[in-house]
Design a protein around this ligand. Structure first.
Ligand code: FEO
Length: 396
């Protein structure tokens, strides 16, 4: 990437796009890539806020040099140590003589473990301030948003929040960098996917971070992924507040696991009955076809969830088991839950889905619907009841 955009005043965006990586954290699909955002503040003192992944860095260092125009880089602020942002720390440290690394105690343990850097470190704690001249940067410790060492940097002068992964989204910045330059529908979807996949399991810590930031005037949110929100930062702050409270839209996502189509027939029947009962947003997914990343995003989006599984070796279908395990790990809350499935020999799909429901503690809207053999009109009664009860619950 060649251009460098001005965020505000003396603050420059110097991120990069990564269109080569197929899986974020080697797990979450990047159909439309991802950006790593980094920011350079040119004040009496100069400061770089976060770096980028080394494999996507390209001419990152040259761009910093060009902007510095012969000046010294005084500080490198490390808000988060995951390698998609810390990947260039060693290069920056070696290239810009005397640069001081700003981080917290947990940051520096990892800096040393990754690169053996023990010198030129300046530790900051909650509400500490570094004075760059015009800009005064204040630090907020926001642990577990989404790793233990994460912190945010707040520019008290221009009221820019450098938020790390928080408020970030998947997707490259294809020309537009700021919220006023793009159609943000795509990025809102991808921000929820990022939130639900990466940050969601720490929703209680997100709530704590939001409380910490309450009352602070914010003119722009500058995350490490996706657009910079300078026109309507409150929009994304509001979204994070809702998502971390597990507030969802009215709708039902049905996810089924089916080997020979019987459980899928039940899914379609339930979907039709939900529609007849007035539910407008209904999504039906085959767990074998849709990646778990997108399934989790859909689950976060809607207030109703119906899971269906055939029996497989007396258990639920393995990919459904993976999904339920992940949901348990995330501590999913505030969903109305329905279950269904079919079997022809010993069963086990619905039985194990019920164990999942018990473990996660979500409200079952009705008795699980289970069919022996092929679904037929005389066997659909339970599915009809399930759809009706779910519709009553999810409609606000
Ligand atoms: Fe964008 Fe937690 O890494």
């Amino acid at each position: 990437m060649h251009y460098t955009e001005l965020v505000k005043g003396k603050v420059h965006w110097i991120g990069v796009n990564d269109r080569r990586k197929r899986l974020f954290e080697n797990m979450w699909p990047l159909e439309r890539g991802v950006s790593y955002n980094s920011y350079l503040i040119l004040d009496e003192k100069t400061a770089l806020v976060d770096t980028v992944e080394d494999r996507a860095a390209g001419n990152y260092i040259e761009r910093i040099e060009k902007l510095l125009n012969g000046r010294k880089l005084d500080y490198l602020i490390i808000n988060h140590m995951e390698p998609d942002h810390s990947g260039e720390i060693k290069d920056i440290f070696n290239h810009f003589n005397g640069v001081k690394l700003i981080g917290n105690l947990k940051t520096f343990k990892i800096v040393e473990a990754y690169w053996g850097i023990k010198d030129n470190l300046q530790q900051v704690d909650d509400c500490d301030i570094i004075d760059l001249g015009y800009h005064k940067l204040k630090f907020f410790m926001t642990p577990w948003v989404h790793w233990p060492e994460t912190m945010m940097t707040y520019d008290t002068t221009d009221q820019i929040l450098f938020s790390g992964d928080a408020f970030g989204s998947f997707g490259t910045l294809d020309g537009g960098i700021f919220d006023d330059e793009i159609n943000d529908t795509f990025f809102e979807e991808e921000m929820r996917r990022y939130y639900s996949n990466i940050v969601g399991k720490y929703s209680n810590m997100v709530q704590k971070a939001l409380v910490k930031l309450q009352g602070i005037p914010i003119q722009a949110v500058a995350p490490t992924h996706g657009p910079v929100w300078r026109s309507n930062p409150n929009k994304v702050i509001g979204l994070y507040d809702r998502w971390s409270r597990y507030e969802a839209e009215e709708g039902v996502v049905i996810i089924f696991a089916s080997m020979y189509g019987n459980t899928e027939m039940m899914a379609d029947y339930i979907g039709r009955k939900l529609s007849e009962n007035g539910v407008k947003n209904i999504r039906i997914h085959d767990v074998s076809r849709t990646h778990i990343s997108h399934l989790i995003n859909e689950i976060w989006k809607y207030n109703g969830l119906i899971l269906g599984s055939c029996a497989y070796n007396s258990q639920m279908f393995p990919l459904m088991e993976q999904l339920t395990r992940e949901l348990t790990h995330m501590g999913l809350k505030n969903k109305y839950l329905g279950l269904f499935g079919s079997y022809s020999w010993n069963g086990g799909g619905v039985k194990n889905l019920m164990s999942f429901a018990q473990e996660i503690g979500l409200e079952l809207v009705a008795e699980p619907a289970e069919i022996f053999g092929k679904p037929s009109d005389d066997k659909y009664q339970q599915c009809e009841v399930l759809a009706q009860k779910m519709a009553e619950k999810v409609k606000k």
